[in-house]
Design a protein around this ligand. Structure first.
Ligand SMILES: [Zn+2]
Length: 400
């Protein structure tokens, strides 16, 4: 988006947001008017918000919260700090999301000739119904399967010769074992996928030639980003939102290529609009021209959660990234590890990592340490293996 168009879009959205008491308070606190945002620098003066702010607003303005819009036609729910929180969608919001999804699906090679099936849930949450709207807008014949047992699902996929499937990648693997028709494209979501090394290979072994499209969305906002048929990272849904990557500690906006927290701002949304919303998700943004026409791309997918950050040897360590790595190694189980952080006798930090499972031994252990270093940007001082890890926290802090 051109800079002046971007600034105008943000100004108009701020004008719309000023109708909501939630934002009135926030903008008044920094003495900001819509016209004040003329540049990215101005925009970055606006403080962040997160789910705790949404929760507080809901408690102060029962039962709907103050981000309710009177034109709401759809209410979905999203997990919050104290339970499920409502997300409001006006007809315009639903149509804009449908259009953006249709464009994204087309960029993956989906067309009106396709028969699509969706195994995400259609109740309460945003996923199934939203994906369904995108496929229908594109003109696909769309089957709302919802979650179900794999045998029945496979039978329906075969009966209707489904060509496009939207599903959790792990459920898709189960379907492959049941025997499914030759799928052209799988839209995966709901669990870490492209960020887990080797996961796509596993699906290609099961399905043969297939487009494997990873996606990223939030309970409050879907889609956020999605791959195209080039499969070189997740393009930001930039007709709907503006995405920043910030340092989770300082809030400083990070340059392209640096790992940090995803922050999103809706550009036109009417119901439950988010402005500089901290997602708690960890990713890397880069601007690379793609044949599909998009540039802003989360090149490494979603890498983990920021809420569990520990500073080790001056580097931010996110334990959930260890889960991503273990998921790519068939001998180990995600979650079955322990990080022990202690002071080094001469000063500094000692990072001990214990993993449940077999010790690969010698050069293979060294290779695993190297992969840890690539993923975590920090090398464990010791990597140990135990047959059975006793119950306990994933991170033991012995430094303080
Ligand atoms: Zn692309």
């Amino acid at each position: 988006m051109e800079k002046d168009v971007w600034a105008r879009t943000i100004q108009e959205q701020v004008k719309r947001l000023s109708e909501f008491p939630f934002y009135q308070k926030r903008f008044q606190a920094i003495d900001m008017n819509p016209g004040d945002i003329r540049s990215l620098e101005d925009f970055r003066q606006v403080p962040f918000m997160d789910t705790k702010d949404l929760q507080k607003d809901l408690e102060e303005n029962p039962p709907h919260g103050s981000l309710f819009h009177s034109d709401t036609v759809r209410v979905t729910l999203s997990p919050g700090p104290k339970g499920l929180m409502p997300v409001y969608h006006t007809r315009q919001d639903v149509e804009e999301v449908n259009r953006e999804l249709a464009v994204m699906y087309r960029a993956c090679g989906v067309g009106p000739h396709d028969i699509a099936a969706i195994t995400f849930g259609y109740h309460l949450f945003i996923a199934g119904l939203t994906i369904h709207g995108g496929f229908e807008t594109l003109g696909c014949k769309t089957i709302p399967l919802g979650p179900g047992e794999s045998q029945r699902t496979a039978e329906i996929l075969n009966r209707f010769r489904v060509t496009v499937l939207a599903s959790n990648p792990s459920f898709a693997l189960k379907l492959a074992q049941e025997g499914v028709p030759k799928l052209r494209i799988l839209f995966a979501g709901g669990e870490p996928f492209s960020s887990v090394e080797g996961y796509k290979d596993k699906l290609r072994q099961a399905f043969g030639k297939i487009g494997l499209i990873d996606s990223y969305g939030l309970g409050q906002s879907t889609p956020v980003a999605r791959e195209c048929k080039e499969e070189r990272g997740l393009h930001v849904a930039d007709n709907l939102l503006y995405l920043e990557i910030v340092d989770p500690e300082t809030g400083k906006v990070l340059p392209d290529g640096e790992r940090g927290e995803v922050v999103i701002t809706h550009l036109r949304r009417q119901g439950s609009p988010l402005f500089r919303f901290r997602t708690g998700d960890l990713s890397v943004l880069e601007h690379i021209p793609c044949s599909c026409g998009r540039k802003a791309t989360l090149t490494r997918g979603v890498l983990g959660r920021t809420d569990e950050m520990h500073k080790v040897k001056g580097v931010k360590l996110y334990p959930s990234q260890i889960d991503h790595l273990l998921r790519s190694l068939p001998e180990y189980t995600p979650g079955k590890y322990r990080v022990i952080l202690s002071p080094k006798p001469g000063g500094g930090d000692h990072f001990r990592l214990i993993v449940e499972g077999k010790n690969p031994g010698g050069p293979l252990t060294e290779k695993m340490i190297e992969r840890m270093k690539e993923t975590l940007l920090i090398r464990p001082d010791t990597l140990e293996f135990v047959e059975k890890l006793p119950e306990g926290p994933r991170v033991v802090e012995e430094r303080y």
